[in-house]
Write a protein that binds this ligand. Structure first.
Ligand SMILES: [Zn+2]
Length: 345
């Protein structure tokens, strides 16, 4: 196929045809490889495999075929190895024009549903492959040099697609991978052979740093709490500890609450922490003994969260809420006694 890019020519004129030899040779390698690939697929997967389409260019090949499921890594490996074995075997490629019936009798693969003339061209590669084909081929499979499958995907129900490379395309592919690997190793400050153990080491380090960070956060929360046990109030015989904090997230608030409950023995704990002027975390906890006297953490939170522009609720023993107004935290602490007092029988 040609395209007129400049000028015009008429029927009857003499034209000079120039074929790009490099492009043609690379395309021939890819085309011949599709014949080896079809046979290898039939050998590995079964004779239900039929060509459903094919595209060859100078830099890659695509082969569509009928098969009901994705190929396993092992199947792909076997197919690729089989094709490379035929390449290494230096099989001669022969073309012969013969009668279609004769060709079929010799077992030449034909395209399903395709209409053929009475005389057809048969392309054979040693005893390995025999197909009806009019395309351009290498004269010996050794010229293909090497074959590498890139991807295997489904393109329609029962139709799979393999994309692959041959010859210089394979070398360019591995060169690119090598460059990528070297760059990754350099970035990780190691050699390619040590890259995996280096990554494992880094992951271990991240894990250790994360755990150290958690410990520090918890320490920080504790120190921002200071010595609060002297702030314990007595509300109708129930101990209440209401504390204002800064920059303590909900997770850490729960940890602190648990620790304070231990120290308190029995009672009610209310913690309020401002993360930002418009972000407040509230937590309320009540022990067994406090609940028996009427304390209800969920109801306390519901009442107090309103003071910081939030809402929330929860169980009698534990409840949490978020708020939008940190300026209201002082009134939460101030109102806590009164709120609890209203619950105690
Ligand atoms: Zn062909």
């Amino acid at each position: 196929m040609g395209t007129v890019t400049k000028g015009i020519f008429k029927v009857g004129e003499t034209v000079e045809l120039k074929v790009n030899a490099v492009q043609r040779a690379a395309t021939a390698k890819n085309h011949s490889a599709t014949h080896l690939l079809q046979k290898a697929l039939r050998t590995v997967l079964g004779s239900h495999v039929e060509q459903a389409g094919s595209m060859v260019s100078e830099d890659r090949l695509r082969f569509d075929f009928t098969h009901f499921s994705a190929l396993t890594a092992q199947e792909l490996e076997r197919v690729e190895a089989l094709v490379n074995e035929q390449i290494a075997s230096n099989l001669n490629v022969n073309t012969k024009v013969m009668n279609i019936e004769e060709a079929k009798k010799e077992g030449a693969m034909a395209l399903f549903g395709e209409k053929y003339a009475s005389d057809v061209r048969v392309v054979s590669m040693g005893d390995y492959s025999k197909e009806l084909c009019g395309g351009t081929h290498v004269s010996n499979t050794g010229i293909i040099t090497v074959f590498k499958i890139l991807t295997e995907t489904g393109i329609a129900a029962g139709v799979r697609r393999i994309e692959a490379l041959t010859g210089n395309g394979v070398f360019a592919y591995y060169k690119e991978l090598e460059n990528e690997l070297n760059l990754a190793a350099k970035t990780a400050k190691t050699e390619p052979a040590q890259l995996t153990s280096r990554i494992e080491g880094l992951l271990e380090e991240i894990k250790a740093v994360k755990s150290e960070n958690e410990k520090l956060k918890s320490k920080l929360a504790n120190s921002s709490l200071g010595d609060v046990m002297n702030q314990v109030a007595d509300v109708k015989g129930v101990k209440l500890l209401a504390v204002k904090l800064a920059d303590v997230d909900m997770n850490e608030l729960r940890n602190l609450g648990d620790q304070l409950k231990e120290k308190l023995g029995e009672g009610v704990i209310i913690l309020a922490s401002a993360m930002a002027p418009d972000k407040v975390n509230l937590l309320a906890m009540a022990t067994e003994g406090a609940m028996k006297q009427g304390a209800h953490a969920g109801n306390l939170i519901k009442e107090l969260a309103a003071l910081v522009g939030g809402g929330g609720g929860g169980r009698p023993n534990m409840a949490q809420a978020g708020g939008k107004n940190a300026a209201g935290i002082d009134s939460v602490i101030a109102k806590a006694q009164e709120a609890l007092s209203g619950q105690i029988k």
